[in-house]
Design a protein around this ligand. Structure first.
Ligand SMILES: Cc1ncc(COP(=O)(O)O)c(C=O)c1O
Length: 450
């Protein structure tokens, strides 16, 4: 029986008195401010793994059935709900595949969770930089050229981790990359956090596990309409990774009090996406995006090369995008995902309708008219270099740290995460030697230390 139905039936029919956590007792007492935000329905279905509701650590009943349903829909060998975001799935995938001191090939534009996975597993990264599109200030997709020489040179690499689509929506050719991984007998983990709609519409790119990846991780909350931090992990039917190894790893990264409202939302989201109404919704969204593109003024270009169309990456050819963003925020109350000196990213998804896109289109057209045209400098935000590692991520995590003068630290070993945020792509990570180019880059661009 579906988890949603089970929850509904439970609070309709049983008179059970629960002396279990959580202590609000299915909304018997709700702190007023919390009720104001969440309503009381949320509390009714917020219980722990009580009799008949299965256990996320060792699923055998309703949760197992839901995992099987997800696996059928996504055509996987096994699928798992992630109740702590794609972050927990990336950590679990790495824990299942990598051991202490294993070598792993990683694209430097990975999410911070991949780095954290290195600390947890004790694996050591072989970093590579995918090519940078200097016109747009973004990383391109990972190619055969990026990885094959490194795999030929480092025969002891165990796995490759890439992000596809990226935060900006750029796809890698997973079919081609998975072929190379098979040739070198290594596992391929694809961070597909931004690709949760891929299974439900005619995108140019297939979902990663259908293109040969061993594991993919998708955030349902990013584009597919679920609440934060709903996500999924899938193992491909062709992979020899064992579902029990992933389950064991997830048991390390998951809470022992999984949220039933969150799991019910995951089920509802997937049911919707799979339905004809859901598929129509996504088709409609793509049509609205096409219309939006046609309405853009000539001064704004949209990125359209091998990318996920739901990510609107706009470039201002002769206007300052930062100034445009300021007007967009203050006058039109529209917030972009991020802006650089010449580009802006807008993320769309299930909740994006024609009203939202029309408001953005009108605002952008007006802003272009009101801003003076100017000669734009090259976007330097991504001038990143490959790191020189002094300590492994795990060693660096465990070593003591001290503060140093930011202007006088060339040659020191970095003890912090220094990254461009959003999206959180590392410039320097703990254990890496701080070089002159890093400091020049940090001083020039909008880099945050987190
Ligand atoms: C590329 C990428 N991977 C993974 C994550 C982590 O996803 P979650 O927030 O679902 O944990 C993010 C989050 O921003 C991301 O951008």
């Amino acid at each position: 029986m579906s988890l949603i139905k089970k929850i509904k039936d439970y609070y309709k029919s049983t008179g059970n008195i629960l002396f279990t956590t959580p202590s609000h007792s299915q909304g018997n007492f709700i702190i007023p401010e919390a009720e104001h935000i969440l309503g009381n329905k949320y509390f009714k279905s917020d219980f722990s793994e009580i009799e008949g509701f299965d256990n996320l650590r060792f699923p055998e009943g309703a949760i197992k059935a839901l995992h099987n349903k997800i696996s059928d829909i996504y055509k996987s060998k096994a699928s798992f709900m992630l109740i702590n975001g794609s972050t927990s799935g990336i950590l679990a995938a790495m824990l299942a595949v990598l051991k202490n001191n294993d070598k792993v090939l990683i694209a430097r534009n990975c999410h911070i969770s991949v780095y954290n996975g290195l600390v947890l597993t004790g694996a050591n990264p072989v970093w590579f930089l995918p090519e940078i599109d200097t016109k747009w200030g973004i990383y391109k997709g990972v190619t055969k050229k990026d990885i094959e020489p490194l795999l030929a040179k480092n025969k002891d690499i165990e796995a490759l981790i890439i992000t596809s689509p990226t935060y900006e929506g750029i796809f890698s050719n997973v079919d081609e990359i998975s072929e190379i991984c098979k040739k070198y007998n290594i596992k391929l983990i694809v961070d597909e956090a931004h690709g949760a709609l891929l299974n439900f519409a005619d995108f140019k790119n297939k979902p990663a596990i259908l293109a040969g990846a061993d594991i993919s991780i998708q955030s349902l909350h990013k584009t597919a309409g679920a609440i934060n931090p709903a996500a999924l992990l899938h193992i491909s039917k062709t992979s020899d990774i064992l579902p029990q190894d992933i389950q064991e790893a997830l048991n390390l990264t998951n809470t022992s009090s999984p949220s039933y409202p969150l799991m019910a939302d995951i089920e509802a989201t997937i049911d919707f996406l799979e339905s004809s109404k859901g598929r129509y919704y996504i088709k409609d969204l793509l049509a609205l995006i096409d219309k939006f593109k046609r309405q853009l003024p000539p001064a704004i270009e949209i990125y359209e090369e091998n990318n996920d169309p739901t990510k609107l990456l706009l470039k201002f050819n002769d206007r300052n995008a930062d100034s445009a963003a300021e007007i967009l925020n203050s006058k039109y109350k529209i917030e972009e995902e991020y802006s650089t000196s010449n580009a802006m990213l807008f993320i769309t998804g299930i909740g994006t309708d024609s009203k939202k896109l029309d408001s953005l289109s009108i605002a952008l057209n007006n802003i272009v008219k009101s801003l003076p045209s100017q000669k734009m400098k090259k976007n330097e935000d991504l001038k990143t270099i490959l790191p020189v590692m002094k300590y492994t991520p795990r060693e660096a995590y465990q070593l003591p740290k001290k503060s140093v003068d930011k202007n006088n630290c060339t040659g020191c070993i970095c003890g912090e995460y220094i990254m461009k945020y959003p999206p959180g792509i590392p410039v320097l990570l703990p254990g890496e030697i701080i070089q002159k180019q890093h400091l020049q880059h940090i001083n020039k661009s909008k880099i945050q230390i987190i």
